[in-house]
Design a protein around this ligand. Structure first.
Ligand code: COD
Ligand code: ZN
Ligand code: ZN
Length: 375
């Protein structure tokens, strides 16, 4: 029984930008008030984790334990925690839902003011770390740090899910699937019969394709510079797949011609300011809407022709698919258990946790969709 005691376990530690992770023995402290300690079962690797290792996200302190797409089991709970008990299956939430801030009280947004966008999540809310590595504190990431056998998470950043769900699929509900799917059904609210374009066919873009299909879109144009992604995009419902490298003119012009003036909805799932512009430009005048899902490198800026918006296009952003996380993730998992969506094709590789660097290599080489690491 580990409750009330420091746990020694393995974690993948990022020591500095540009270096591989190393598997270390760490100590994980007892959860404090309003925190829970989770034994991880499975975790995905998302491009955002790699962005940190590339130095594209500022405000991260090292050494850090990354990972934000995990599923695990509550090992113990801190003082004052209600609604969660040891043995519960849970998903750590990279976008928390505190339930009290002005965003949480506003029905039109999920952008809780406790997210990393307004407050550092490199430490717990009391400004200390629960991780010790080689005698010194290691930092948390997005309050999730799923690249560890045990992690500590504030209670506002964890959702309890159905006991019956397989954990190697459950982890997809920590980031990739809700982010892409929700951008379509919540943020854009795609209607049946619409034309859509999805830029970038990673785990997030493919989840957007799943959303477009389930919303009844008539045309779903999938865009990627890696044509190897096209087969799986078609399985999920893409009706057309195009590679910008196959055309001499800009891809937004190609899409505008293909669709008689532009799409109803476009989704940027890459995090690149050029493709954000292209996604806006391929929207139809008067009623086209473009949704930014990818997070651009810190400090990146866009300049664009305001006539695009003046003439009736709408530009939106979507974080974690617009889902109020703590209440919505359990419902999405229930829908998955009721066979509302089939996520099989999203997981391309499954590896033991120790092989995490191979997982990152698969992501960087473009050969994987999601690699799931099993503890
Ligand atoms: N044109 C077309 N396709 C491109 C281009 C380009 N110029 N550049 C890259 N691509 C393709 C790649 O070939 C790849 O297939 C795809 O785009 C990107 O996929 P992945 O697998 O690298 O990335 P994902 O799907 O894991 O995530 C991408 C995001 C950028 C959306 C993600 O990293 C992100 O920024 N998320 C932040 C948003 C958010 O809600 N964050 C919460 C926690 S992540
Ligand atoms: Zn992610
Ligand atoms: Zn909040």
């Amino acid at each position: 029984d580990t409750a009330g005691k420091i746990v020694k376990c393995k974690a993948a530690v990022a020591w500095e930008i540009g270096k591989p992770l190393t598997i270390e023995e760490i100590e994980v402290e007892v959860p404090k008030a309003s925190e829970v300690r989770i034994k991880m079962v499975a975790t995905g690797i998302c491009r955002t984790d790699d962005h940190v290792l590339k130095g594209a996200l500022k405000g991260i302190d090292f050494p850090v334990i990354l990972g934000h797409e995990g599923a695990g089991i509550i090992e113990s709970v801190g003082e004052g925690v209600t609604g969660l008990k040891p043995g519960d299956k849970v998903i750590p939430l990279c976008i928390p839902q505190c339930g009290k801030c002005s965003s949480c009280l506003n029905p039109n947004t999920n952008c809780c003011l406790k997210t990393h966008l307004s407050e550092s999540q490199n430490v717990m809310p009391d400004k200390t770390s629960r991780f010790l590595c080689k005698g010194k504190a290691a930092y948390h990431f997005l309050w999730t740090s799923t690249f560890s056998e045990y992690t500590v998470v504030p209670v506002d950043a964890v959702a309890k899910i159905d006991d019956r769900v397989p954990m190697d699929k459950a982890c997809l509900f920590g980031c990739g699937f809700p982010t892409g799917y929700g951008a379509v059904v919540n943020t854009a609210k795609v209607e049946p019969g619409s034309t859509c374009a999805v830029f970038g066919l990673g785990g997030i873009g493919l989840s957007a394709v799943i959303g477009c299909k389930s919303a009844g879109a008539a045309i779903i144009i999938a865009v990627d510079i890696n044509s190897a992604k096209f087969d799986i995009a078609k399985v999920f419902g893409a009706t057309e797949c195009i590679n910008p490298l196959d055309y001499s003119k800009p891809i937004q012009e190609v899409i505008t011609e293909m669709t008689n003036g532009g799409v109803h909805y476009s989704f940027e799932c890459i995090g690149n300011t050029d493709t954000m512009k292209a996604a806006l430009e391929c929207c139809h005048m008067g009623y086209g809407t473009s949704v930014i899902i990818g997070e651009a490198p810190s400090a990146a800026q866009i300049s664009f022709d305001p006539i695009l918006l003046f003439t009736g296009r709408t530009w939106k952003g979507s974080i974690f698919g617009g889902w109020k996380s703590k209440e919505s993730v359990p419902r999405l998992v229930d829908e998955f258990m009721a066979n509302k969506f089939n996520l099989d094709g999203l997981v391309s590789h499954t590896l033991p946790f120790d092989q995490i660097n191979e997982g990152f290599e698969l992501l960087r080489s473009g050969n994987s969709i999601r690699t799931i690491l099993m503890f």
